[in-house]
Design a protein around this ligand. Structure first.
Ligand code: ZN
Length: 245
């Protein structure tokens, strides 16, 4: 199986669509007592609904909190997550809501860690039985009536960048907040032993900003005509392989 990173289009945008949107809920960022970092990540679960949490108001204002308060709120969200899902400070929940204008292509990656499908693209992907599609309709208001809705895909963090492409001697993740203090390597490989066998699109748990798709997903994407997505093939090699290869 071949794998590809999906990214935001950089040099050529085929479509005019734009949106200004955010999610209703999120965990606060943290001021960590162990690694002393103040940070907030970009992980999101658009299909997770916090409406029934008694303390849902505590998830509405983006902010930094001491780690203990972050951990207390994270405990409330965990039962609502898909099995095996990870959390991190600043993690957001619920559909994107806001305003949009222009015309969107079949698939839009924007920003580089979120992916949106037009309704016809979702129908096409379902007909091709792509695995792991968890669509959530974005709550976007368009100036023109009758614009096709956009559906965001919820992506599970699973699979890993290969150890050999990560900086040697980097510190382990912070035992308290989980922060991984390494810069994204410019040359990347996937650890094939860590990749999910039943998903055609997912994130990486040690690099959650990267969207990874299988060649099945990319073949389906290519049948739809131009999209605002940039593709980069990324090799998947055994965890024990010596790199660079
Ligand atoms: Zn920390």
């Amino acid at each position: 199986m071949r794998y590809f990173e999906l990214r935001e289009s950089t040099d050529a945008t085929h479509w005019t669509g734009e949106f200004r949107a955010k999610r209703q809920w999120g965990l606060p960022g943290v001021a960590c007592p162990t690694c002393h970092a103040e940070w907030s990540g970009v992980l999101s679960y658009p299909a997770v609904d916090l409406t029934l949490l008694p303390e849902r108001n505590s998830f509405e204002e983006p902010r930094l909190e001491p780690y203990s308060e972050y951990a207390r709120l994270a405990t409330q969200v965990r039962p609502l997550l898909p099995p095996g899902a990870m959390l991190q400070p600043g993690c957001t929940f619920g559909p994107m809501g806001g305003t949009a204008e222009g015309r969107f292509g079949p698939v839009t990656v924007f920003p580089s860690w979120e992916i949106f499908l037009r309704e016809d693209a979702l129908t096409s992907f379902r007909a091709r039985a792509l695995r792991g599609l968890i669509p959530v309709q974005a709550e976007l208001s368009f100036p023109a009536q009758g614009t096709e809705p956009l559906h965001e895909l919820q992506l599970l963090p699973t699979g890993r960048l290969h150890e050999a492409c990560l900086p040697a001697g980097r510190p382990p993740p912070c035992p308290t907040c989980g922060r991984q203090g390494f810069r994204m390597p410019s040359k990347r490989w996937l650890d094939v032993d860590s990749l999910p066998a039943d998903l055609d699109i997912f994130r990486l748990e040690n690099a959650v900003t990267l969207i990874i798709a299988t060649e099945r997903f990319v073949e389906a994407l290519h049948t739809l005509g131009p999209s605002d997505v940039e593709l980069l093939e990324v090799k998947a090699v055994p965890g024990s392989a010596h790199l660079p290869i």
